[in-house]
Design a protein around this ligand. Structure first.
Ligand code: AMP
Length: 222
């Protein structure tokens, strides 16, 4: 926007960059201007790869509920023991457990300029709770970007990942179940965000840099 020859910043990011750090008066404003993104997509869509690039570019905190669960399992925490079989079987972890873990992780990062939520929400109750939780903090989801990748490509990518990481839930039968679960159930979360005019779908097939460029164009338009 240009008035009287002066360029007035319009994007939340630009405003955030201009705000003085620290000071109570600004902390509420800072929260309001947080850049919270949901990166949505089936297993193997590239959410993890793109999240890493996004957090570097926009200085955000990456919260992957899958990564958090895997860390709990590796560290043999009580939570890890509770969820390990479900995860190995390619089942969803119950909402209450997942939401509590996610909220705790958000609260661990009070200085965050925003979050990239990867693998969360996967159900409508999770989406509703995330909105409520952020609203209580004077914040909200800026946008949801769904990476579009067809089933054949996903099967190939997850098989490759299984070879590299040995993830049990990436084994053929389990990964097929997770991919089907995404297209039959998890995808039903998208209309919730579409109704809020927050949903953008982008092609998740192609060069990583090209997909990243498309993601950034969407984010820069918020
Ligand atoms: P991911 O790495 O995102 O594919 O997640 C690995 C596994 O963690 C999933 O197959 C689920 O068992 C569990 N999980 C991760 N995020 C969620 C979620 N939002 N709701 C329920 N279960 C989840």
């Amino acid at each position: 926007m240009r008035r009287f020859g002066v360029r007035i910043p319009t994007s939340a990011q630009t405003l955030r960059a201009l705000l003085p750090t620290g000071g109570k008066a600004f902390s509420l404003l800072k929260t309001t201007l947080m850049l919270n993104l949901v990166l949505f997509g089936p297993p193997g869509a590239g959410k993890g790869t793109q999240s890493e690039k996004l957090i570097n570019k926009y200085q955000l905190v990456h919260i992957s509920t899958g990564d958090l669960f895997r860390a709990h399992i590796k560290n043999q925490t009580a939570l890890g023991k509770r969820v390990s079989q479900l995860i190995a079987d390619g089942e969803l972890v119950p909402d209450k457990i997942t939401i509590d873990m996610l909220e705790e992780e958000i609260d661990k990062n009070p200085e965050a300029k925003g979050f990239v939520f990867d693998g969360f929400p996967r159900t409508i109750p999770q989406a509703v709770e995330l909105d409520k939780f952020l609203e209580e903090k004077g914040s909200k989801i800026a946008g949801v970007i769904a990476l579009d990748v067809d089933k054949d490509e996903l099967v190939k990518r997850v098989a490759l990942r299984q070879k590299e990481t040995g993830r049990l839930d990436d084994q053929a039968e389990k990964s097929q179940k997770r991919i089907d679960e995404y297209f039959n159930k998890i995808i039903l979360v998208l209309p919730y965000y579409d109704e809020q005019k927050k949903l953008t779908k982008i092609n998740g097939i192609g060069e990583i840099e090209e997909i990243f460029g498309n993601l950034c164009s969407v984010i820069d338009s918020y």
